[in-house]
Write a new protein. Structure first.
Length: 158
């Protein structure tokens, strides 16, 4: 006698397989989205870090050639500080304008970076001459996942 059993999947088994497949797909998509978000945050953090490093290098390079700080045109102890230095080829000015740091009216920070603060503190010698400046700059990357970086450094006239 032949068996009359049909080989196949029951409705319950089919629903179970579809449910398991959907659960696995949701987990995979969720992982991919979180990895993409993490990548964008890292890119934003790197942009803020690179911009802050460039600002430090630019100012340090200028200070290696600086003869003096023009205290008349420099604005100390203000979040929108202005730094005026005297070089062999004349006066050079760093200023915070429209959320960007300008060097002689040329932006040195990218347009997708906002500079919130450029605070300058004078460092004087015994003769009350400004021989260095403590500079604090706060940079924020302007992306969806904005990252903030605050840097403080001492720029010394050599």
């Amino acid at each position: 006698m032949k068996s009359n059993k049909l080989k196949g999947l029951t409705l319950f088994e089919t629903v179970l397989y579809i449910g398991l497949t959907a659960s696995i797909m949701i987990i995979i998509v969720s992982f991919m989205l979180s990895a993409q978000e993490s990548s964008q945050r890292t890119a934003s953090r790197v942009l803020a870090l690179q911009s802050s490093s460039f600002v430090i290098q630019h100012i340090q390079d200028t200070f290696s050639k600086t003869l003096s700080i023009n205290t008349t045109n420099t604005i100390f102890n203000n979040d929108s500080g202005v730094l005026s230095v005297m070089l062999k080829d004349g006066e050079k000015i760093y200023r915070l304008e429209n959320s960007r740091i300008l060097y002689n009216s040329i932006p040195i920070t990218p347009s997708n970076i906002q500079v919130i603060k450029m605070y300058l503190e004078p460092v004087t010698n015994r003769k009350n001459e400004v021989v260095a400046t403590k500079i604090t700059v706060e940079i924020v990357s302007g992306s969806k996942y904005s990252q903030s970086k605050t840097i403080s450094f001492l720029a010394i006239i050599r």
